[in-house]
Design a protein around this ligand. Structure first.
Ligand code: HEM
Length: 449
């Protein structure tokens, strides 16, 4: 619950306060304490003027009821980013750091109306076919593998060595990536998120996903990629590549942060440990108070209009602050009173996250396995020295240094069914030993040892 002083108290160092301009949602001040910014933004009313990066202006909805109204109103608010007036008018270039996240791609996130329904149904139906037991088994296997890589050291960066890696490996298994393609998917996604040679990383990712689509067209398997292409929506190769890339990108970053933010909560708050490690409660509290995706749901009004007391023009960029809406006084009071008004961490309306069940399951299994294998794990640095990654959209730690009694994890061979599913129908031969190669090859090798 937000217990900070009543606004308007400008967040420390907020340049908008001095200039009377838009409130910047970037830089170390925002990353260190976004809730102080949200408390301040609320004094503007249900929406506030913000800047996502230098020169990129947006209206941010911070109020829960206004957020729900916008998310559910697809006749006035559209997702297709080709309507974004400032980008069309060249007010900033495509190299601006926030543009790649917001600019149009032919996937369900940027589609409206009938096109959205068709693409989304294919995604939802394919993800719904993921078997819970298989997902649990695969998550546990990946978790044990990652722990085996650092367990004997007695210390690790639980963000870089664990939370960041685990979703990537689980996705490779779910999507049926053979070794060579899986290595490039991992390289591409990691490069994109780390901003290291990002253009090259995107090229590698799309290239690898394109090869995966070609491979599954000729040799379908028991995996999300094959189910998606077999769906009655009859996606073309191009549509396949874009939906798969969306699933990989939209899945990995928030999952990493849900695992990381929940671990942070567990390691910095004795209340959970005292009550026997209430994992589900820690995940819920994280979704309410520190959601992995803090501001997104970019929408564009179809015409000039008034919304929540604010004048908007056609093509303005309007975003929803899930984090601010969740912690606003109205919702906090409802939550305390036991009301079932839901938090917005998964968004709401027609574009709400279609994968919240598998995402929660992966998170819960990943944390349970870690805490079972490293029962005395604790933070290795003072809490106030932890650094949060900058940026307006996601909320996640840069690192999470931890220590624990060193463990030597026994190697648990894969059940045959899983080893072959993970290896897919690789042209190089499923189940074949691969002594070299990238991270995914090394995992497959460990599985089949
Ligand atoms: C298995 C992992 C995940 C997958 C495959 C996934 C996939 C997706 C996809 C495809 C969309 C777009 C839906 C549409 O436009 O109709 C989406 C939206 C969204 N997801 Fe997820 N997601 C995953 C995990 C998460 C997690 C852990 C969170 C945070 C708690 C999250 C929060 C959201 C939100 C807030 C949106 C709406 C974004 C927007 O409107 O701009 N997702 N997700």
């Amino acid at each position: 619950m937000d217990t900070r002083p009543t606004p308007p108290v400008p967040p420390p160092g907020c340049p908008a306060h001095e200039s009377g301009g838009r409130v910047p949602l970037y830089g170390p001040g925002f990353a260190a304490d976004p809730q102080a910014y949200y408390a301040y933004l609320r004094h503007y009313g249900p929406t506030a003027p913000v800047e996502l990066a230098p020169g990129v202006e947006a209206t941010l909805v911070t109020d829960y009821s206004a957020a729900l109204q916008l998310l559910q109103d697809s006749s006035f608010f559209r997702k297709d980013a080709r309507r974004w007036r400032d980008l069309n008018e060249g007010r900033f270039g495509p190299d601006n750091p926030v543009v790649p996240v917001l600019s149009y791609r032919p996937n369900c996130m940027f589609a409206d109306g009938a096109e959205h329904l068709r693409l989304r149904q294919a995604v939802t139906d394919s993800m719904a076919r993921v078997d819970q037991r298989r997902l649990n088994r695969s998550t546990r296997q990946v978790s044990s593998y990652l722990i085996s890589q650092f367990g004997s050291r007695g210390s690790a960066d639980l963000l870089g060595d664990y939370a960041k890696q685990l979703p990537l490996f689980v996705f490779n298994e779910l999507f049926g990536c053979p070794a060579d393609i899986g290595d490039r998917v991992l390289f591409g996604i990691t490069g994109m998120f780390d901003g290291v040679n990002a253009e090259r990383a995107v090229e590698v990712l799309y290239g690898a996903v394109g090869e995966l689509v070609a491979l599954k067209r000729s040799r379908p398997g028991d995996d999300v990629t094959s189910w998606l292409m077999q769906h009655e929506a009859a996606l073309t190769d191009e549509e396949m590549v874009h939906q798969l890339a969306l699933l990989l990108v939209a899945g990995n970053e928030p999952l990493r942060n849900l695992i990381g933010n929940t671990l942070h909560r567990l390691l910095t708050n004795d209340a959970y440990a005292d009550q026997g490690g209430l994992l589900d409660e820690a995940i819920d509290d994280t979704l309410w108070e520190n959601p992995p995706m803090q501001n997104l749901a970019a929408h564009y009004p179809v015409a000039d209009m008034e919304f929540a007391g604010q004048k908007l023009s056609a093509g303005d960029l309007v975003l929803v602050s899930f984090a601010a809406a969740n912690t606003g006084p109205a919702l906090a009071a409802a939550r305390q009173a036991g009301s079932n008004r839901a938090h917005l961490a998964w968004s709401a309306g027609p574009h709400a996250c279609p994968s919240k069940d598998p995402a929660r399951q992966i998170t819960s299994t990943a944390l349970e396995n870690l805490l079972n294998e490293l029962p005395d794990v604790e933070l290795a640095v003072p809490e106030n020295s932890l650094v949060w990654r900058p940026g307006p959209f996601n909320r996640g730690l840069a690192t999470l240094p931890a220590r624990f009694t060193p463990v030597r994890t026994a190697h648990r061979p894969a059940e045959p069914e899983q080893a072959s599913a993970a290896a897919g129908s690789a042209p190089s031969g499923a189940g074949q030993r691969r002594e070299r190669g990238g991270m995914w090859s090394q995992f497959l090798n460990w599985l089949t040892k």
